[in-house]
Write a protein that binds this ligand. Structure first.
Ligand code: B3K
Ligand code: ZN
Length: 876
């Protein structure tokens, strides 16, 4: 658990030239032989030893150029292997034999077993659990992999690259050999062996090469991989068309497994996926599932260029591949679906996940400078804020220069392991802009706060916009420099037109972008003929918190007239938030809150506006979440009051809009066979939103029950069940619906996860008892990460009133769960524990309980580095 610092980076002493691996697979005693060819790097002292990483390894053999190494010349520990007296210049071969136990590998890092399939996960530091190795991303080598296994139980033998050949061995075993011609770091290594079904297709690349595409799933699940295959082909095409990137092997494979610590992994030519992000059909997958599958298939495929062909020099550069690849998958989804709706979903997600991280004890820069456990830095800051920084780069440069910069990056760094500085330098070079200040986005943590105020002088026809920025202090960074904040703006005039921004002085303006670069800046616009309504941070061009006291009338004007549809959604959100905050205060006093007419009118106008696409209208009607309200209030939070206040506002809107909602519920019925396309999904979303409001207005379950009974797809079915469970948890009809759902889908793990999730998120203090009961259900499985996340994770992350019970039982429960999970699977435990990252913004009584629960975890003996790193940072 040492702290690793960015400034300590230096290249390895030895250059790895080639890797030859042979696996003799066995569920409990797998033999791995690694033949590694090295030479000493020029200029390195001839005395320097070769030091390789290891983790929980048992070494059974060690050779130098096929000869035994004298005991005096090496030291073996379970986390490292040191070899001395190696040649000064000549290349040499080290052969290491290790034995590993895949079945006992519950951490799901390295080589493990899932449903009788051998599979690997090596990022970030899993390869060292397979053999001793220079396990770091700047060590790139060409790999040959031989796999030997029992033919009956493992007819399928896969590794990275192209298939070389294979044969039976006569002893009931067989072998296969794979060769990956592209030099890669060990974290991209993968091996899969077992008995799986396959879906096959082909893709012809832009230069006319035919690539074999294969998706492997459990036997019988092949039909559920069709959508993933379609998404893969669309991703391959899109990356050629938009980024000019072509695939580079003869075959591209995806394997879906049911035990996986995260979403998926971009191993070269052999992606391994959590089956949740591969399998879909109308009866079992929701529209959100389809959208996630499309996005994650694309994300992992896009890594082939942003991550694999060009990789990271060290793990501090993680956002080099992750932030950029998230940006690419966001753009892909925007092109495949609705750009505005996608942007709204992204911003909602960013604010719900990244903003709290950036405002709490786990805040860190997009490019961190130190870590204890790298697995704890696969965060929403590195991924989603990293993507926003890439988006801002495109905004600051404009599309043409951004594309030029990307092309230069691909050209210049193909085959290399590079840094954020290398990446940014490409954009500085093509734009001739000094990117030093912009780069602060990578280095300064915390969400900038921009305060805006305006004045209009009718006589002079002058409009002034005063901007001030402040970046809050974060752990380890008490003072901050002003950032380069690109703000897209619109000046909406009374007659519905927009004022030209070309007259602006006081800031650089390019197109509709104001470049805020000083701590304080005043921008003056002349020739403005009427008082304009300012639409600020259009499209969420910068990931900031904005303080701008705008009248409800101006916000309503934006909500109705902005040409930027994202800004319309933002304005509705800005209208709703003060209502929800006020309602919270009233609920805290035990009274019932009223809702402003301006909000109701604006929401209902959007709901009924047939010119707006249904998916957008659904987003407009989805009020800020309880977590959004908590963030807006900022401190001394009482989740019960937030919940009660929000219920009051929902009910008021529901009653006022009853006719509109009832019309929408009828109009938005989707006829014909199910199709997961964005337009149909949008209609379902709007219909289900309308249904949910109607249930608020009527306050009885019949309508949801009817929807549950008549649903012919999982989106409608799970939405109806959610309404029943959340609104009428103890009603006999709800209990019956829940058991009917369970009986119908009992053999489908991914749907049963939904059954757990729906119940884990039922609001109120009774939730904990329900979660405890569900943990005793035979379908609960504490070793399957998806199941644990569906019940324990969702309860902690997504049930504000249940988890934050005033008596602190929720926190104590979580602490016990973390301590129970940690010895088996530290990554999973550490991730779920981050649900407590905002504990300091709770009111005193809850905060005290949360603190005690965190202390209980911190005091436990034998914590993993993963959990102790998180808990210690949360207590600092
Ligand atoms: N690169 C992987 C994540 C690996 C997480 C390791 N703890 C998936 C992705 O971002 O595409
Ligand atoms: Zn990624």
């Amino acid at each position: 658990g040492e702290i690793i610092h960015l400034e300590d980076y230096r290249p390895t002493d030895f250059v790895l030239e080639r890797v030859d691996l042979t696996f003799e697979l066995d569920p409990r005693e797998t033999k791995v032989e690694a033949r590694l060819i090295f030479h000493r790097r020029e200029g390195v002292s001839p005395d320097a030893p070769l030091i390789l990483d290891g983790d929980e390894l048992k070494m059974t053999g060690l050779l130098f150029d096929q000869e035994e190494i004298l005991a005096a010349n090496y030291d073996v520990a379970d986390d490292s292997l040191t070899i001395r007296n190696l040649p000064a210049t000549a290349p040499f071969e080290i052969t290491i034999t290790t034995e590993v136990n895949p079945e006992a590998n519950t951490k799901l890092m390295g080589l493990y077993r899932t449903s009788n399939v051998y599979c690997t996960q090596c990022e970030a530091e899993g390869f060292r659990r397979i053999t001793y190795f220079p396990d770091r991303p700047d060590v790139l080598a060409v790999y040959t992999v031989n796999i030997i296994a029992d033919k009956q139980t493992a007819p399928l033998l896969l590794a990275n690259g192209n298939y070389l050949g294979g044969a039976s061995m006569g002893d009931g075993r067989h072998f296969a050999a794979w060769f990956d011609p592209h030099p890669k770091p060990s974290y991209l290594f993968a091996l899969v062996a077992g008995d799986l079904g396959v879906v096959e297709d082909t893709f012809t690349t832009m230069s006319g090469r035919e690539v074999a595409l294969r998706i492997y799933v459990e036997h019988g699940k092949e039909p559920r991989a069709a959508y993933a295959m379609d998404a893969l082909k669309r991703s391959m095409k899109w990356d050629e068309e938009v980024f000019g990137r072509e695939y580079d092997l003869d075959i591209f494979m995806i394997v879906a497994v049911s035990d996986f610590n995260m979403g998926a992994m971009e191993n070269k030519g052999l992606n391994v996926f959590n089956d949740k992000y591969v399998l879909a059909d109308p009866q079992t997958a929701t529209d959100a599932d389809y959208a996630n599958i499309e996005a994650i298939i694309a994300h992992e495929y896009f890594h082939n260029w942003t991550g694999n062909r060009i990789t990271c020099r060290d793990w501090f550069q993680l956002c080099l591949k992750e932030g950029l690849t998230v940006y690419r998958d966001h753009e892909f989804s925007a092109d495949q679906r609705s750009r505005t709706v996608k942007r709204v979903a992204e911003v909602r997600h960013l604010k719900a996940e990244q903003f709290p991280e950036d405002a709490g004890p786990l805040a860190h820069p997009v490019r961190p400078t130190k870590y204890r456990e790298i697995n704890n830095f696969y965060t929403t800051t590195v991924y989603e804020k990293g993507s926003e920084v890439t988006r801002m780069l495109a905004t600051v440069l404009g599309p043409d220069l951004f594309k030029k910069g990307m092309d230069l990056y691909f050209d210049r760094h193909d085959g290399q392991a590079v840094t954020i500085e290398d990446f940014v330098a490409c954009f500085a070079e093509v734009s001739k802009r000094d990117m030093t200040q912009f780069s602060l986005w990578y280095h300064q943590a915390g969400t900038p706060l921009v305060t805006a105020s305006t004045a209009y002088d009718a006589a002079k026809q002058v409009f002034t916009l005063s901007l001030e920025q402040m970046v809050p202090p974060t752990p380890g960074q008490s003072t901050k420099e002003p950032m380069h904040i690109p703000l897209r703006v619109g000046l909406l005039l009374e007659d519905g037109s927009e004022a030209a921004l070309s007259s602006a002085t006081g800031a650089e303006v390019t197109g509709d972008v104001i470049h805020l670069v000083e701590r304080k800046q005043t921008v003056t616009f002349t020739g403005i003929v009427s008082r304009p309504v300012l639409s600020l941070n259009r499209g969420f061009s910068a990931p900031i918190n904005l303080h701008f006291e705008q009248t409800p009338a101006d916000r309503a004007h934006i909500a109705r007239h902005e040409s930027d549809l994202f800004a319309r959604w933002q304005a509705l959100n800005d209208l709703a938030l003060p209502n929800l905050v006020a309602a919270t205060a009233i609920a805290r006093e035990g009274a019932k809150a009223e809702c402003d007419r301006a909000l109701i009118d604006a929401l209902l106008a959007a709901a009924a506006d047939a010119r707006l696409e249904p998916a957008f209208r659904a987003q407009a009607l989805a009020l800020p979440s309880e977590a959004d309200v908590a963030r807006e209030i900022g401190s001394n939070n009482n989740p019960d009051a937030i919940h009660a206040g929000r219920q009051d506002i929902m009910t008021a809107i529901a009653k006022a809009g009853r006719d509109i909602f009832s019309t929408l519920a009828d109009e938005m019925v989707v006829d014909g066979p199910f199709s997961p396309d964005a337009a149909s999904a949008g209609r379902r979303a709007l219909r289900n939103t309308a249904l949910s409001y109607l249930v608020y207005a009527e306050n009885q379950p019949d309508r949801a029950l009817d929807a549950f009974k008549s649903a012919n797809n999982m989106t409608d079915l799970s939405q109806a069940l959610t309404i029943l469970a959340h609104r009428f948890p103890d009603d006999r009809k709800t209990v019956e619906a829940l058991s009917a759902f369970k009986a119908r889908f009992g053999d489908n793990a991914l749907v049963i996860d939904k059954w757990f999730t729906i119940q884990a998120t039922i609001p109120g203090a009774d939730a904990l008892g329900r979660v405890r009961t569900l943990m005793a259900d035979p379908l609960f499985n504490s070793t399957n990460p998806n199941r644990v996340r569906a019940l324990v994770g969702t309860f902690a992350f997504s049930n504000p009133t249940g988890f934050n019970r005033a008596d602190g039982e929720g926190y104590r429960f979580l602490a016990r769960q973390i301590l129970d999970i940690d010895p088996r699977n530290p990554q999973l435990a550490a991730r779920i524990l981050t649900s407590m990252r905002s504990w300091r913004s709770l009111e005193d009584v809850r905060a005290e309980h949360a603190l005690n629960a965190l202390r209980e975890i911190a005091a436990a003996p034998k914590l993993s580095v993963d959990v102790s790193d998180i808990v210690e940072r949360m207590l600092k």
